[in-house]
Design a protein around this ligand. Sequence first.
Ligand code: HAM
Length: 429
Amino acid sequence: MKFQAPKGTRDYYPAEMAWRRYLEAAWRRVSLRNGFEEVEGPIFEDIELYKVKSGDEIVSQVFHVTRQDGESTFGLRPEFTPTLARMVAAKANALPKPIKWFCMPNLCRGERPQRGRLREFLQWNIDLLGLDSPAVDAEVIFTCVDLLRELGLTPEHVKVKVSHRETVRTILAKLGVPGDRMIDAFNLLDRQAKMEAEAYTKAWVELGLDSHKVERFDQMCRRTYRVGDVAHLERSIGGEAIADLEALDKQLSAFGIAEWCEYDLGIVRGLAYYTGTVFEVHEISGAERAIAGGGRYDKLIELMGGPAMPAVGFGMGDVVLSLVLGDKGLLPESVTDPVDAFVFAAEESARPMVSGLVAELRSAGLHARMTYKTTTNVGKLLKEAAQQDARFAVIVEGDSQDNGKVSVKDLASGDQSRVSLDDLPERLR
Ligand code: HAM
Protein backbone atom coordinates (compact mmCIF):
# COMPACT_ATOMS: atom_id res chain seq x y z
CA MET A 1 0.00 0.00 0.00
CA LYS A 2 1.12 3.51 -0.75
CA PHE A 3 0.00 6.51 1.25
CA GLN A 4 0.11 10.21 0.58
CA ALA A 5 0.01 13.09 3.02
CA PRO A 6 -3.55 14.42 3.32
CA LYS A 7 -4.39 17.17 0.83
CA GLY A 8 -3.37 20.63 2.06
CA THR A 9 -0.88 19.37 4.65
CA ARG A 10 2.91 19.48 4.53
CA ASP A 11 5.65 17.03 5.40
CA TYR A 12 8.59 18.76 6.99
CA TYR A 13 11.81 17.29 5.59
CA PRO A 14 14.99 18.80 7.13
CA ALA A 15 15.06 21.84 4.81
CA GLU A 16 11.39 22.66 5.46
CA MET A 17 11.82 22.10 9.18
CA ALA A 18 14.87 24.39 9.29
CA TRP A 19 12.80 27.14 7.62
CA ARG A 20 9.94 26.59 10.07
CA ARG A 21 12.28 26.87 13.04
CA TYR A 22 13.86 30.01 11.56
CA LEU A 23 10.45 31.66 11.24
CA GLU A 24 9.39 30.53 14.70
CA ALA A 25 12.62 31.92 16.17
CA ALA A 26 11.85 35.32 14.60
CA TRP A 27 8.25 35.21 15.86
CA ARG A 28 9.45 34.33 19.37
CA ARG A 29 12.27 36.93 19.39
CA VAL A 30 9.93 39.73 18.32
CA SER A 31 7.20 38.62 20.76
CA LEU A 32 9.57 38.64 23.71
CA ARG A 33 11.13 42.02 22.96
CA ASN A 34 7.62 43.50 22.71
CA GLY A 35 6.78 42.11 26.16
CA PHE A 36 4.60 39.09 25.27
CA GLU A 37 4.80 35.75 27.12
CA GLU A 38 4.35 32.39 25.41
CA VAL A 39 1.30 30.18 25.96
CA GLU A 40 -0.14 27.08 24.31
CA GLY A 41 -3.40 25.13 24.45
CA PRO A 42 -4.86 21.84 23.23
CA ILE A 43 -5.01 21.07 19.50
CA PHE A 44 -8.65 19.99 19.85
CA GLU A 45 -11.47 21.55 21.79
CA ASP A 46 -15.15 20.96 22.51
CA ILE A 47 -16.71 21.77 19.15
CA GLU A 48 -19.14 24.18 20.83
CA LEU A 49 -16.25 26.51 21.71
CA TYR A 50 -15.88 27.46 18.05
CA LYS A 51 -19.60 28.23 17.76
CA VAL A 52 -19.63 30.93 20.46
CA LYS A 53 -18.73 33.91 18.30
CA SER A 54 -16.35 33.08 15.49
CA GLY A 55 -18.94 33.04 12.72
CA ASP A 56 -20.44 30.48 10.33
CA GLU A 57 -17.60 30.38 7.81
CA ILE A 58 -14.92 29.15 10.18
CA VAL A 59 -17.35 26.78 11.96
CA SER A 60 -18.03 25.14 8.60
CA GLN A 61 -14.27 24.55 8.19
CA VAL A 62 -13.69 22.77 11.52
CA PHE A 63 -12.48 19.18 11.20
CA HIS A 64 -14.45 17.00 13.58
CA VAL A 65 -12.61 14.59 15.86
CA THR A 66 -14.74 11.71 17.06
CA ARG A 67 -13.75 8.83 19.25
CA GLN A 68 -14.05 5.37 17.74
CA ASP A 69 -17.14 4.69 19.85
CA GLY A 70 -18.73 7.76 18.29
CA GLU A 71 -18.97 9.58 21.58
CA SER A 72 -17.83 13.11 22.40
CA THR A 73 -17.21 15.24 19.36
CA PHE A 74 -14.29 17.59 19.36
CA GLY A 75 -13.05 20.02 16.75
CA LEU A 76 -9.44 20.43 15.57
CA ARG A 77 -8.49 24.04 16.26
CA PRO A 78 -9.08 26.28 13.21
CA GLU A 79 -7.83 29.33 15.17
CA PHE A 80 -6.42 30.02 18.62
CA THR A 81 -8.57 32.97 19.76
CA PRO A 82 -11.44 30.87 21.22
CA THR A 83 -8.92 28.80 23.23
CA LEU A 84 -7.19 31.95 24.45
CA ALA A 85 -10.52 33.49 25.46
CA ARG A 86 -11.45 30.29 27.31
CA MET A 87 -8.08 30.23 29.11
CA VAL A 88 -8.35 33.90 30.11
CA ALA A 89 -11.98 33.56 31.23
CA ALA A 90 -11.06 30.59 33.47
CA LYS A 91 -8.38 32.50 35.41
CA ALA A 92 -9.29 36.10 34.71
CA ASN A 93 -8.98 37.28 38.30
CA ALA A 94 -5.69 35.54 39.04
CA LEU A 95 -3.84 36.68 35.91
CA PRO A 96 -1.73 39.86 36.22
CA LYS A 97 -2.97 42.62 33.88
CA PRO A 98 -2.49 43.56 31.21
CA ILE A 99 -2.29 40.08 29.74
CA LYS A 100 0.24 39.98 26.88
CA TRP A 101 0.41 36.52 25.32
CA PHE A 102 1.84 34.99 22.17
CA CYS A 103 1.76 31.50 20.71
CA MET A 104 2.59 29.74 17.45
CA PRO A 105 0.04 26.93 17.06
CA ASN A 106 -0.55 24.71 14.05
CA LEU A 107 -4.16 25.20 12.94
CA CYS A 108 -6.43 23.15 10.67
CA ARG A 109 -9.17 24.43 8.40
CA GLY A 110 -11.12 22.42 5.84
CA GLU A 111 -10.57 24.97 3.08
CA ARG A 112 -9.96 24.26 -0.58
CA PRO A 113 -6.15 24.13 -0.79
CA GLN A 114 -4.75 26.82 -3.11
CA ARG A 115 -1.90 29.33 -3.29
CA GLY A 116 -1.56 30.79 0.21
CA ARG A 117 -4.22 28.51 1.70
CA LEU A 118 -3.62 25.09 3.22
CA ARG A 119 -5.53 22.76 5.49
CA GLU A 120 -2.83 22.83 8.14
CA PHE A 121 -0.67 25.88 8.74
CA LEU A 122 1.21 27.70 11.46
CA GLN A 123 -0.09 30.93 12.88
CA TRP A 124 1.71 33.37 15.14
CA ASN A 125 -0.77 34.94 17.57
CA ILE A 126 -0.24 38.16 19.49
CA ASP A 127 -2.93 39.20 21.98
CA LEU A 128 -3.15 41.98 24.54
CA LEU A 129 -6.04 41.88 27.04
CA GLY A 130 -7.29 44.07 29.85
CA LEU A 131 -6.69 47.47 28.26
CA ASP A 132 -8.79 49.42 25.83
CA SER A 133 -7.10 52.34 24.17
CA PRO A 134 -5.87 53.37 20.72
CA ALA A 135 -2.33 53.25 22.14
CA VAL A 136 -2.75 49.53 22.84
CA ASP A 137 -4.14 48.88 19.34
CA ALA A 138 -1.12 50.72 17.96
CA GLU A 139 1.29 48.70 20.13
CA VAL A 140 -0.15 45.45 18.76
CA ILE A 141 0.13 46.75 15.19
CA PHE A 142 3.69 47.87 15.98
CA THR A 143 4.56 44.31 17.10
CA CYS A 144 3.30 43.04 13.75
CA VAL A 145 5.38 45.62 11.86
CA ASP A 146 8.39 44.82 14.05
CA LEU A 147 8.26 41.23 12.77
CA LEU A 148 7.84 42.25 9.14
CA ARG A 149 10.85 44.53 9.46
CA GLU A 150 12.85 41.81 11.26
CA LEU A 151 12.50 39.59 8.19
CA GLY A 152 13.66 42.32 5.81
CA LEU A 153 10.30 43.58 4.54
CA THR A 154 9.73 47.31 4.05
CA PRO A 155 6.68 49.56 3.44
CA GLU A 156 7.52 49.18 -0.27
CA HIS A 157 6.70 45.46 0.03
CA VAL A 158 3.75 45.29 2.43
CA LYS A 159 1.10 47.49 4.01
CA VAL A 160 -0.99 47.22 7.15
CA LYS A 161 -4.53 48.07 6.09
CA VAL A 162 -6.30 49.55 9.08
CA SER A 163 -10.02 49.98 9.52
CA HIS A 164 -12.60 50.30 12.28
CA ARG A 165 -15.85 48.37 12.49
CA GLU A 166 -17.64 51.30 14.16
CA THR A 167 -16.62 53.64 11.34
CA VAL A 168 -17.85 51.21 8.70
CA ARG A 169 -21.01 50.54 10.73
CA THR A 170 -21.80 54.28 10.90
CA ILE A 171 -21.31 54.67 7.15
CA LEU A 172 -23.45 51.62 6.33
CA ALA A 173 -26.18 52.69 8.75
CA LYS A 174 -26.33 56.10 7.10
CA LEU A 175 -26.67 54.43 3.73
CA GLY A 176 -29.59 52.40 5.06
CA VAL A 177 -28.33 49.00 6.25
CA PRO A 178 -30.54 48.02 9.21
CA GLY A 179 -28.78 47.34 12.52
CA ASP A 180 -29.75 43.68 12.62
CA ARG A 181 -28.24 43.06 9.17
CA MET A 182 -24.90 44.70 9.97
CA ILE A 183 -23.03 41.44 10.54
CA ASP A 184 -24.31 40.19 7.16
CA ALA A 185 -23.04 43.38 5.56
CA PHE A 186 -19.60 42.85 7.17
CA ASN A 187 -19.52 39.27 5.90
CA LEU A 188 -20.42 40.47 2.44
CA LEU A 189 -17.61 43.03 2.45
CA ASP A 190 -15.18 40.37 3.65
CA ARG A 191 -16.22 37.97 0.88
CA GLN A 192 -16.24 40.46 -2.00
CA ALA A 193 -12.96 39.27 -3.51
CA LYS A 194 -14.35 35.73 -3.74
CA MET A 195 -17.65 36.78 -5.39
CA GLU A 196 -18.91 37.54 -8.89
CA ALA A 197 -19.74 41.25 -9.31
CA GLU A 198 -23.38 40.51 -10.07
CA ALA A 199 -23.95 38.30 -7.04
CA TYR A 200 -22.20 40.92 -4.91
CA THR A 201 -24.50 43.74 -6.01
CA LYS A 202 -27.54 41.52 -5.61
CA ALA A 203 -26.54 40.67 -2.06
CA TRP A 204 -26.35 44.39 -1.25
CA VAL A 205 -29.83 44.98 -2.61
CA GLU A 206 -31.07 42.28 -0.22
CA LEU A 207 -29.43 44.25 2.59
CA GLY A 208 -31.24 47.43 1.55
CA LEU A 209 -28.58 49.13 -0.60
CA ASP A 210 -29.33 49.91 -4.24
CA SER A 211 -26.51 50.07 -6.76
CA HIS A 212 -26.24 53.85 -6.39
CA LYS A 213 -25.58 53.49 -2.68
CA VAL A 214 -23.11 50.64 -3.22
CA GLU A 215 -21.25 52.99 -5.54
CA ARG A 216 -21.35 55.69 -2.89
CA PHE A 217 -19.92 53.23 -0.35
CA ASP A 218 -17.18 52.18 -2.77
CA GLN A 219 -16.26 55.82 -3.40
CA MET A 220 -15.81 56.43 0.31
CA CYS A 221 -14.36 53.13 1.43
CA ARG A 222 -12.82 51.18 -1.44
CA ARG A 223 -9.71 53.31 -1.49
CA THR A 224 -6.86 53.99 0.82
CA TYR A 225 -6.18 57.00 2.98
CA ARG A 226 -2.80 57.95 4.36
CA VAL A 227 -2.07 57.62 8.07
CA GLY A 228 -1.25 61.07 9.46
CA ASP A 229 -3.82 62.73 7.19
CA VAL A 230 -7.18 62.22 8.94
CA ALA A 231 -8.35 65.56 7.53
CA HIS A 232 -8.70 63.81 4.19
CA LEU A 233 -10.82 61.05 5.75
CA GLU A 234 -12.91 63.65 7.51
CA ARG A 235 -13.65 65.48 4.26
CA SER A 236 -14.72 62.25 2.54
CA ILE A 237 -16.55 60.52 5.33
CA GLY A 238 -17.51 63.07 7.98
CA GLY A 239 -16.17 63.82 11.44
CA GLU A 240 -18.54 61.75 13.51
CA ALA A 241 -17.75 58.44 11.82
CA ILE A 242 -14.00 58.75 12.12
CA ALA A 243 -13.63 59.72 15.80
CA ASP A 244 -12.10 56.31 16.61
CA LEU A 245 -9.68 56.39 13.71
CA GLU A 246 -8.59 59.90 14.64
CA ALA A 247 -7.38 58.70 18.03
CA LEU A 248 -5.65 55.69 16.51
CA ASP A 249 -3.97 57.88 13.90
CA LYS A 250 -1.97 59.79 16.51
CA GLN A 251 -0.80 56.55 18.12
CA LEU A 252 0.32 54.93 14.88
CA SER A 253 2.43 58.01 14.21
CA ALA A 254 3.74 58.00 17.79
CA PHE A 255 4.96 54.41 17.33
CA GLY A 256 6.75 55.52 14.16
CA ILE A 257 4.87 53.16 11.83
CA ALA A 258 2.73 55.64 9.87
CA GLU A 259 4.46 54.78 6.59
CA TRP A 260 3.69 51.06 7.10
CA CYS A 261 -0.03 51.67 7.55
CA GLU A 262 -2.95 53.02 5.54
CA TYR A 263 -6.69 53.20 6.11
CA ASP A 264 -8.86 50.93 4.03
CA LEU A 265 -12.48 50.90 5.19
CA GLY A 266 -13.24 48.03 2.84
CA ILE A 267 -11.55 45.83 5.47
CA VAL A 268 -13.95 44.52 8.12
CA ARG A 269 -12.59 40.97 8.69
CA GLY A 270 -14.54 37.74 8.46
CA LEU A 271 -14.61 36.63 12.09
CA ALA A 272 -17.73 37.66 13.99
CA TYR A 273 -16.13 38.62 17.32
CA TYR A 274 -14.32 41.79 16.18
CA THR A 275 -15.72 44.99 17.68
CA GLY A 276 -13.49 47.97 16.88
CA THR A 277 -10.15 48.47 15.19
CA VAL A 278 -9.48 45.78 12.58
CA PHE A 279 -6.47 45.36 10.31
CA GLU A 280 -4.87 43.11 7.74
CA VAL A 281 -1.35 42.96 6.32
CA HIS A 282 -1.22 42.67 2.54
CA GLU A 283 1.49 42.42 -0.06
CA ILE A 284 1.48 45.79 -1.78
CA SER A 285 0.20 44.74 -5.21
CA GLY A 286 -2.75 43.00 -3.54
CA ALA A 287 -1.88 39.81 -5.39
CA GLU A 288 -1.69 37.55 -2.35
CA ARG A 289 -4.14 36.72 0.39
CA ALA A 290 -3.62 38.44 3.73
CA ILE A 291 -0.30 37.83 5.49
CA ALA A 292 -1.92 38.63 8.85
CA GLY A 293 -5.22 39.79 10.25
CA GLY A 294 -6.61 40.88 13.58
CA GLY A 295 -8.42 43.47 15.59
CA ARG A 296 -10.26 44.32 18.77
CA TYR A 297 -12.64 41.74 20.27
CA ASP A 298 -13.91 43.37 23.44
CA LYS A 299 -16.88 41.06 24.13
CA LEU A 300 -15.39 37.59 23.66
CA ILE A 301 -14.03 36.95 27.18
CA GLU A 302 -17.45 37.70 28.64
CA LEU A 303 -19.10 35.43 26.09
CA MET A 304 -16.77 32.66 27.30
CA GLY A 305 -18.05 33.10 30.85
CA GLY A 306 -15.34 35.50 32.06
CA PRO A 307 -15.58 39.09 33.25
CA ALA A 308 -15.91 42.00 30.82
CA MET A 309 -12.40 42.42 29.44
CA PRO A 310 -11.22 44.36 26.40
CA ALA A 311 -8.87 42.55 24.01
CA VAL A 312 -6.95 43.10 20.80
CA GLY A 313 -4.71 40.82 18.77
CA PHE A 314 -3.82 39.30 15.43
CA GLY A 315 -2.76 36.09 13.72
CA MET A 316 -0.03 35.80 11.09
CA GLY A 317 0.18 32.62 9.04
CA ASP A 318 3.42 31.11 7.77
CA VAL A 319 2.17 30.29 4.28
CA VAL A 320 1.59 33.67 2.64
CA LEU A 321 4.46 35.20 4.61
CA SER A 322 6.89 32.62 3.17
CA LEU A 323 5.55 33.14 -0.37
CA VAL A 324 6.01 36.90 -0.11
CA LEU A 325 9.53 36.62 1.33
CA GLY A 326 10.45 34.26 -1.52
CA ASP A 327 8.99 36.55 -4.19
CA LYS A 328 10.84 39.56 -2.81
CA GLY A 329 14.14 37.67 -2.69
CA LEU A 330 14.28 37.92 1.09
CA LEU A 331 14.82 34.28 1.96
CA PRO A 332 18.12 34.01 3.85
CA GLU A 333 20.89 32.01 2.22
CA SER A 334 21.03 29.51 5.03
CA VAL A 335 18.70 28.79 7.92
CA THR A 336 20.43 25.72 9.28
CA ASP A 337 22.57 25.56 12.40
CA PRO A 338 26.13 26.38 11.31
CA VAL A 339 28.61 23.50 11.48
CA ASP A 340 31.61 24.63 13.54
CA ALA A 341 33.96 21.78 12.76
CA PHE A 342 34.22 18.90 10.32
CA VAL A 343 36.69 16.36 11.66
CA PHE A 344 38.55 13.70 9.69
CA ALA A 345 41.76 11.68 9.70
CA ALA A 346 44.39 12.36 7.06
CA GLU A 347 46.07 9.02 7.71
CA GLU A 348 44.87 5.54 8.57
CA SER A 349 46.75 5.56 11.90
CA ALA A 350 44.93 8.76 13.01
CA ARG A 351 41.46 7.33 12.49
CA PRO A 352 40.94 6.00 16.07
CA MET A 353 41.32 9.54 17.45
CA VAL A 354 38.44 11.03 15.46
CA SER A 355 35.40 9.93 17.46
CA GLY A 356 36.97 10.90 20.80
CA LEU A 357 37.85 14.34 19.46
CA VAL A 358 34.35 14.87 18.03
CA ALA A 359 32.85 13.83 21.38
CA GLU A 360 35.05 16.36 23.20
CA LEU A 361 34.09 19.21 20.84
CA ARG A 362 30.39 18.37 21.15
CA SER A 363 30.67 18.29 24.95
CA ALA A 364 32.24 21.75 24.74
CA GLY A 365 29.04 22.93 23.01
CA LEU A 366 30.35 23.00 19.45
CA HIS A 367 28.52 21.65 16.42
CA ALA A 368 31.02 19.00 15.33
CA ARG A 369 30.57 16.51 12.51
CA MET A 370 32.84 13.80 11.15
CA THR A 371 33.12 11.93 7.92
CA TYR A 372 31.52 8.49 7.63
CA LYS A 373 33.70 7.72 4.62
CA THR A 374 36.66 5.34 4.77
CA THR A 375 38.94 7.50 2.61
CA THR A 376 41.87 9.50 3.98
CA ASN A 377 42.15 11.54 0.79
CA VAL A 378 42.40 15.09 2.18
CA GLY A 379 41.17 16.74 -1.03
CA LYS A 380 38.01 14.68 -1.09
CA LEU A 381 37.40 15.20 2.62
CA LEU A 382 37.84 18.97 2.38
CA LYS A 383 35.24 18.91 -0.35
CA GLU A 384 32.87 17.07 1.95
CA ALA A 385 33.54 19.65 4.68
CA ALA A 386 32.66 22.42 2.24
CA GLN A 387 29.47 20.62 1.18
CA GLN A 388 28.38 20.60 4.80
CA ASP A 389 29.10 24.34 5.09
CA ALA A 390 31.51 23.75 7.94
CA ARG A 391 33.42 26.78 9.24
CA PHE A 392 36.54 24.74 9.97
CA ALA A 393 38.03 21.43 8.91
CA VAL A 394 39.87 19.71 11.76
CA ILE A 395 42.48 17.36 10.34
CA VAL A 396 43.85 14.64 12.59
CA GLU A 397 47.30 13.52 11.45
CA GLY A 398 49.52 10.55 12.11
CA ASP A 399 51.55 12.39 14.76
CA SER A 400 48.57 14.11 16.43
CA GLN A 401 48.42 11.47 19.18
CA ASP A 402 52.07 12.07 20.14
CA ASN A 403 52.34 15.87 19.88
CA GLY A 404 48.73 16.72 20.87
CA LYS A 405 48.22 18.92 17.82
CA VAL A 406 45.82 18.90 14.87
CA SER A 407 45.60 21.04 11.73
CA VAL A 408 42.74 23.51 11.54
CA LYS A 409 41.71 24.90 8.17
CA ASP A 410 39.45 27.94 8.01
CA LEU A 411 37.23 27.03 5.09
CA ALA A 412 36.24 30.62 4.34
CA SER A 413 39.74 32.13 4.18
CA GLY A 414 41.69 28.96 3.39
CA ASP A 415 44.16 29.70 6.24
CA GLN A 416 45.55 26.61 7.90
CA SER A 417 47.46 26.30 11.17
CA ARG A 418 48.40 23.71 13.77
CA VAL A 419 46.50 24.02 17.03
CA SER A 420 47.03 22.16 20.29
CA LEU A 421 44.13 19.98 21.40
CA ASP A 422 43.79 22.01 24.61
CA ASP A 423 43.25 25.23 22.65
CA LEU A 424 41.02 23.68 19.99
CA PRO A 425 37.52 24.48 21.37
CA GLU A 426 38.50 28.12 21.98
CA ARG A 427 40.06 28.42 18.53
CA LEU A 428 36.90 27.04 16.86
CA ARG A 429 34.70 29.35 18.85
P1 HAM B 1 -7.63 34.92 10.29
O1 HAM B 1 -7.78 36.13 9.46
O2 HAM B 1 -8.62 33.84 10.12
O3 HAM B 1 -7.64 35.42 11.81
O4 HAM B 1 -6.19 34.32 10.08
C1 HAM B 1 -5.05 35.12 10.23
C2 HAM B 1 -3.98 34.71 9.24
O5 HAM B 1 -3.76 33.30 9.29
C3 HAM B 1 -4.34 34.95 7.78
O6 HAM B 1 -4.08 36.28 7.43
C4 HAM B 1 -3.42 33.98 7.07
O7 HAM B 1 -2.10 34.48 7.00
C5 HAM B 1 -3.40 32.81 8.01
N1 HAM B 1 -4.36 31.78 7.55
C6 HAM B 1 -5.67 31.68 7.81
N2 HAM B 1 -6.20 30.61 7.20
C7 HAM B 1 -5.20 30.00 6.52
C8 HAM B 1 -5.08 28.84 5.69
N3 HAM B 1 -6.11 28.03 5.44
N4 HAM B 1 -3.87 28.55 5.16
C9 HAM B 1 -2.80 29.32 5.42
N5 HAM B 1 -2.84 30.41 6.19
C10 HAM B 1 -4.02 30.77 6.74
C11 HAM B 1 -7.63 34.58 12.89
O8 HAM B 1 -7.41 33.40 12.83
C12 HAM B 1 -7.79 35.30 14.23
N6 HAM B 1 -8.05 34.28 15.26
C13 HAM B 1 -6.54 36.11 14.52
C14 HAM B 1 -6.61 36.84 15.82
C15 HAM B 1 -5.83 36.62 16.91
N7 HAM B 1 -7.43 37.84 16.10
C16 HAM B 1 -7.21 38.25 17.35
N8 HAM B 1 -6.22 37.51 17.84
